[in-house]
Design a protein around this ligand. Structure first.
Ligand SMILES: Cc1cc2nc3c(=O)[nH]c(=O)nc-3n(C[C@H](O)[C@H](O)[C@H](O)COP(=O)(O)OP(=O)(O)OC[C@H]3O[C@@H](n4cnc5c(N)ncnc54)[C@H](O)[C@@H]3O)c2cc1C
Length: 388
């Protein structure tokens, strides 16, 4: 069979690329080894798909080259995706910080993309196992359902996280096969785990969540933080995890926006116990257990100046050294991937290999939590769809 464009991966980026290339009149076939289209879109945003963010900027992305994503983000904006959602009469709402969610279900976004693919004449082959890829003048892709030849090959195989949803390192292997550098991948937006000692020490905190500010290597995120039986999770931790490296500490401000020392000074003469005073600002169970770890809770009037200063510093700068992360099984995304220096930021085409494109999470561009990763998939897919 002959085609103009073969896209590997029927996820967010691959579908968007297929729609755009199809609209240009290109004969497009999308191949996926999974039995369902857009599985990660379906589970995204807790089933409601946080499909974009109104505040998208290059600063919301991690990459060895922080400038690479700028061109795609400028050319395909959140409003562009919202227009598509409106065209399909999908109702949506803005949650915190510009995060856009479906009112109904993520299924609506997948159906919308399938609908657009059908209108653009895109062929879709599921359960398609790719056995071999070669390139002479054209690409030749051998699959369990026959051989396909094409002028362009677009790799949209995503990252390594959630292997149970079909994630593989196939895209990285294709890059290596064609001599393109891959930045070592690592789990990102992932819960952090405690060391064995901390695990035992903090076991009683499991299930508690509180609002904190978490700093990792100078990157600070404010939001909910959750104690799990293995470590720490919740949005603020997931965000910080993308910057975390083995052996690093994270610094947690337990009372962001509140000056603990001033509170202590204004209760200096009081007989209220420290753990009860802290319970006014933190979950009671947390305040009580946490005080036991670090000092014996006494009435405020029994603390001297130095103790109060030390305690307030601990509250605003609680330092924890995670043992690791929960890994790809629960990581929302994969950081690292195909080195952006190998690709044109204007087209997503490999500089060394004419007709070979990489889009979406397989590239070394990783978004913060909040709709940024899907938006990168849409934007990079849209761009490649104009040229592939
Ligand atoms: C639980 C969860 C929730 C998330 N929620 C959000 C959210 O609300 N908002 C947000 O912005 N981001 C969210 N993300 C991240 C977002 O889903 C991904 O970044 C995005 O889907 C990446 O798009 P992609 O097209 O690059 O890859 P994917 O959507 O992962 O698609 C890759 C496709 O390639 C296929 N494939 C892989 N290997 C092969 C192979 N060897 N042969 C053939 N096909 C192959 C896969 O089956 C898959 O269909 C979430 C991720 C997870 C895991």
């Amino acid at each position: 069979m002959k085609s103009d464009v073969i896209i590997i991966g029927a996820g967010a980026a691959g579908l968007m690329c297929g729609i755009e290339a199809g609209k240009r009149g290109r004969a497009v076939v999308i191949l996926d080894h999974a039995s369902k289209i857009g599985q990660k879109i379906l589970v995204s945003g807790g089933g409601r798909c946080n499909f974009t963010n109104l505040n998208i900027q290059a600063e919301n992305y991690l990459s060895a080259n922080p400038h690479f994503c700028k061109s795609a983000l400028a050319r395909f904006t959140p409003q562009d995706f919202i227009s598509l959602v409106k065209k399909h009469r999908i109702s949506f709402h803005e949650k915190d910080d510009g995060q856009m969610f479906c009112n109904g279900s993520s299924r609506q976004i997948v159906d919308m993309l399938i609908d657009e693919c059908n209108s653009a004449g895109v062929e879709m082959r599921l359960n398609c196992k790719i056995q071999d890829i070669t390139k002479k003048k054209r690409f030749i892709v051998k699959t369990n359902s026959g051989m396909i030849e094409s002028e362009s090959l677009v790799v949209a195989t995503g990252g390594l996280s959630y292997p149970n949803l079909g994630a593989t390192n196939f895209g990285h292997r294709i890059a290596s096969q064609f001599g393109l550098r891959v930045i070592p991948p690592r789990p990102a937006l992932v819960p952090l785990t405690f060391s064995r000692g901390d695990s035992e020490k903090f076991a009683e905190l499991s299930g508690i969540s509180l609002k904190a500010s978490v700093n990792c290597r100078g990157h600070e995120f404010r939001g909910e933080m959750l104690f799990t039986h293995r470590g720490l999770s919740g949005p603020a931790i997931l965000q910080a995890s993308s910057y975390w490296e083995n052996g690093e500490k994270i610094i947690i401000n337990l009372l962001p926006g509140i000056d603990a020392h001033s509170i202590f000074l204004s209760n200096r003469q009081s007989r209220v116990e420290m753990k009860n005073l802290l319970s006014r600002y933190l979950p009671r169970r947390f305040a009580h257990i946490w005080c036991e770890f670090y000092f014996s809770s006494r009435p405020l009037c029994q603390y001297n100046e130095k103790d109060l200063l030390t305690t307030s510093r601990l509250i605003h700068g609680w330092s924890i050294k995670p043992a690791g992360t929960e890994g790809y099984r629960t990581a929302e995304v994969t950081a690292g991937g195909v080195d952006t220096n190998e690709l044109s930021s204007k087209t997503m085409e490999a500089k060394k290999v004419t007709g070979l494109y990489f889009i979406g999470e397989v590239i070394d561009v990783t978004g913060h939590l909040g709709g940024y990763n899907l938006h990168w998939a849409w934007a990079s897919g849209w761009i490649a769809g104009q040229y592939a």
